[in-house]
Ligand binder design. Structure first.
Ligand code: B12
Ligand SMILES: [Zn+2]
Length: 252
């Protein structure tokens, strides 16, 4: 679930259930303080909804020109990059996934929508290559071709000041091991969008850990939509070196 401040329209972050794309309105600390001081604050819940609605409409029709325009508008209204990505594009993509799943949207529609989001991501101001040693290196879980998730995660975390790199598409194990040894990440994160890739990805982590033994020691996190949406991960074999996570708290 996505949370926005109902007063100033600041993006407040996500909260469980993570697979739920609906928007909930709360209050940010600064509006709370203003209300405490008795200052007048007008609840304004419509502007973010309206922008989100237009993002969904334009993305659905594959209107490339609107892509830059809507990002510019988002910036004009003071939306940070994280708010645009996680507060707007991500819930829109989650909704598209549901619509595709329940048959109200075709694969072609879904591809058009995704391409639009790729474009919107590509027009973000460029970011510098993260310096080594990395806080987090994100690589794809086994058989995961969903590349937006790991790239969004890396961008959001670098906006927050962490040294994060996401490498997509999938790399062979030897290449992953070489990058880990070279870039010395505190954490290696595996991204899984589909449930079926969780068990083989745990095995991949075990192999990777053996491969880098004696050269670099790191910790592992497993995340992505598969982890966020799973109702029950009890059947998943537990691996002491791996932490399953639905958010970015492990970094702080
Ligand atoms: C776009 C899309 C595709 C595109 C991907 C294009 C691309 N370049 O990425 C394509 C068409 C390739 C695709 C293919 C498939 N897809 Co698909 N796809 C989607 C869709 C609609 C959006 C994905 C997305 O970009 N989301 C937005 C991103 C930003 O969100 P996110 O991935 O959750 O990432 C965030 C967090 O999870 C986190 N995060 C992600 N990775 C990591 C890693 C670390 C370390 C950390 C800390 C955090 C983190 O940070 C991100 C930012 O907040 C989803 C719906 C959904 N709910 O996500 C379905 C969805 C993921 N796909 C699904 C399926 C079934 C498939 C296919 C099997 C369909 C098919 N029959 O061919 C194939 C599988 C391909 C494969 N083997 O991977 C299902 C998965 C169901 C399941 N639970 O297993 C979903 C959920 C749709 C649905 N509702 O059924 N898909
Ligand atoms: Zn506020």
């Amino acid at each position: 679930m996505i949370r926005w401040c109902m007063y100033c329209q600041k993006f407040l972050g996500e909260m469980a259930p993570y697979a739920d794309a609906s928007v909930s309105h709360g209050m940010c600390a600064s509006c709370d303080a203003r209300l405490e001081r008795g200052e007048e604050v007008h609840a304004e819940t419509e502007s973010v909804r309206a922008l989100l609605r237009r993002v969904v409409e334009r993305a659905a029709s594959g209107d490339d020109a609107a892509c830059e325009q809507l990002f510019a508008e988002a910036q004009k209204t003071g939306l940070a990059i994280e708010s645009f990505l996680v507060g707007m594009l991500q819930p829109a993509l989650y909704q598209v996934g549901c619509a595709w799943q329940n048959g109200s949207l075709t694969v072609v529609d879904e591809h058009r929508f995704t391409l639009w989001c790729e474009r919107a991501f590509a027009i973000l101001p460029p970011r510098k290559r993260a310096a080594d040693p990395l806080d987090l290196l994100i690589v794809q879980g086994v058989d995961n071709t969903h590349t937006l998730g790991p790239r969004f995660a890396a961008r959001v975390l670098s906006e927050r000041g962490f040294a994060v790199e996401a490498i997509v598409p999938t790399l062979p194990l030897d290449e992953i091991a070489a990058v880990v040894v070279a870039r010395k990440p505190r954490f290696v994160g595996l991204s899984c969008a589909i449930l079926d890739s969780l068990p083989p990805t745990l095995r991949l982590i075990e192999e990777l850990d053996q491969r880098i033994a004696g050269k670099w020691q790191t910790r592992y996190v497993l995340s992505g939509f598969a982890v966020r949406s799973a109702e029950n991960l009890a059947n998943l074999p537990s691996l002491p070196i791996v932490q399953l996570t639905t958010d970015f708290e492990f970094l702080s």
